[in-house]
Design a protein around this ligand. Sequence first.
Ligand SMILES: *[C@@H]1O[C@H](CO)[C@@H](O)[C@H](O)[C@H]1NC(C)=O
Ligand SMILES: *[C@@H]1O[C@H](CO)[C@@H](O)[C@H](O)[C@H]1NC(C)=O
Ligand SMILES: *[C@@H]1O[C@H](CO)[C@@H](O)[C@H](O)[C@H]1NC(C)=O
Length: 271
Amino acid sequence: MFSKIIYVTLFFYLAPNGTTPIQINYIKVPVAVKNDSKSAVVMDCNYSLRPDDADLVVKWYLNDDLVYQWIPPQSPQSFGALKNKVDLAYRATHDTKTVYRAMKIINPVAGMAGEYKCFVSTFTDEDFAVKTMKIFVPERSLDIFQGTSDENIVNFTCLASDVFPTPKLLMYRSYEEEHYRNRLQTVERDISKHQSGRYSLFIVASALRETLIPGSIIRCELRIPGTGYVKIKSLLYYPEGDIPTICESTTIAYVTALWIFSSAVFSNKYS
Ligand SMILES: *[C@@H]1O[C@H](CO)[C@@H](O)[C@H](O)[C@H]1NC(C)=O
Ligand SMILES: *[C@@H]1O[C@H](CO)[C@@H](O)[C@H](O)[C@H]1NC(C)=O
Ligand SMILES: *[C@@H]1O[C@H](CO)[C@@H](O)[C@H](O)[C@H]1NC(C)=O
């Protein structure tokens, strides 16, 4: 183990080009951010330089367009989609060779989604690293309701409005105690794009009536892929016409019982 370290070290010292190259240790880019949330995000680019490295240049690209550049000792600048959208006074460190390596975006909005590349170069070397950021807009509404049915099949509809980017909708049946979930077959779907760029969509999923127990939970799940955003809406299934009947009869039974009970008390006390 020890001899291996020495060997590796020697190898680098004796390598034809003479030295270990400039190296990006990691970059930090948020995976997903809500559109126009008014909270800043910091994209960091941590690199190691050799003490004698000269002509440092740090650049950030968004989808291959230059959006940020720092050439010490000059001040950093922002360009293109990020012009005037970056806090150019933000310091990632107190070290003159890394102080402005990070890019702080003041309020990320939809046009700033995509592939971020940090590119670092010196007189002799260069390195880069890439990560993707998504921007999303949560739905304005998500609704599930029981749709058309016949004696064999019950349809459920789930509707989501004003989401960005294109989300996925699916419905399933679950039984609370059994931790069981069962995907319902989607039989119809439709999606439309608004001028705002957001999407509204619905799906219809159907279940065999014989597989539905009154009180079964039907859930609709909305996901925005690649963002970790998930929203669930559910309803309790009752065969058509059952809900009012059950409520009514329970209410009537309760009131009747109460009346009988109070009249019994009354007659016991005062007769
Ligand atoms: C993102 O937010 C900006 C600023 O409010 C807005 O103009 C834009 O329409 C939003 N994008 C989407 C897809 O909703
Ligand atoms: C940069 O990365 C190195 C190696 O991962 C780490 O030791 C160092 O603390 C980091 N520096 C900063 C300022 O984040
Ligand atoms: C369920 O919905 C599908 C798609 O809209 C439709 O074709 C089908 O007739 C519906 N089934 C019933 C039983 O209403």
